[in-house]
Design a binder for this molecule. Structure first.
Ligand code: MN
Length: 211
């Protein structure tokens, strides 16, 4: 698995979807996936590149330095959106297996008591994010254990170093064509598409990086 498919040749790049736009039908529709990847995700990639370029221009003295907070904010927003969308696409599969691999399953039991308990926190966070955002399962940098985090827009409501492993996008563009205002029904079906092998690989990688 390429763990950094988001950046190549000095630019943020839009990775191709790991499956066809229609592959998640009927739970997530083809048009939703196509617009979401080709328009929304692509816009975050373009925004991150534009903001990074503006910051290089400021550093080179060719642009007004007072614009630094504006572009730094735009870079944070767009890059976070880019990274979370890349995670989201890879966290889903048209052929999901039943549950997490052994090491991740044991970490879930250790931290949350049960798989069902963790998923209750994950789904409830997803349904209750105010406005646009994400629900994440990730690695707490202090304890090295798993943690659920809610995200407003793309800014992560967790400590620096928090490593997201599983991301559910609850911006309206992720579900409105198929589910209208029923975010909870979308979240229930997102859960059915989770690629637990991908999440497990990311868990092992994040644990190794922390050592
Ligand atoms: Mn999105």
């Amino acid at each position: 698995m390429d763990t950094h498919p988001e950046y190549a040749g000095g630019q943020y790049v839009l990775p191709p979807l790991p499956y066809a736009c229609s592959a998640l039908e009927p739970l997530i529709g083809e048009e939703t996936v196509r617009l979401h990847h080709d328009k929304h995700h692509a816009a975050y990639v373009a925004g991150a590149n534009a903001a990074a370029e503006a910051l290089r221009e400021i550093a080179a003295g060719r642009k007004d330095a007072s614009l630094t907070p504006l572009y730094a904010g735009q870079l944070a927003f767009n890059e976070a959106g880019h990274i979370l969308h890349t995670l989201y696409w890879n966290n889903m599969t048209p052929a999901p297996k039943s549950g997490p691999p052994a090491e991740l399953a044991e970490a879930i039991r250790r931290q949350f008591g049960s798989f069902e308990g963790m998923m209750l926190l994950f789904r409830t966070t997803a349904v209750n994010v105010q406005g646009s955002g994400w629900s994440l399962l990730g690695l707490d940098p202090a304890s090295g254990e798993l943690q659920i985090a809610g995200v407003e827009k793309h800014q992560c409501g967790a400590a620096p170093g928090f490593a997201p492993l599983l991301a559910c996008d609850v911006w309206e563009h992720a579900y409105y064509l198929g589910y209208k205002n029923d975010r909870a029904a979308y979240v229930e079906n997102f859960v059915k598409l989770i690629n637990w092998e991908d999440v497990g690989r990311r868990y092992e990688s994040a644990r190794r990086a922390r050592r």
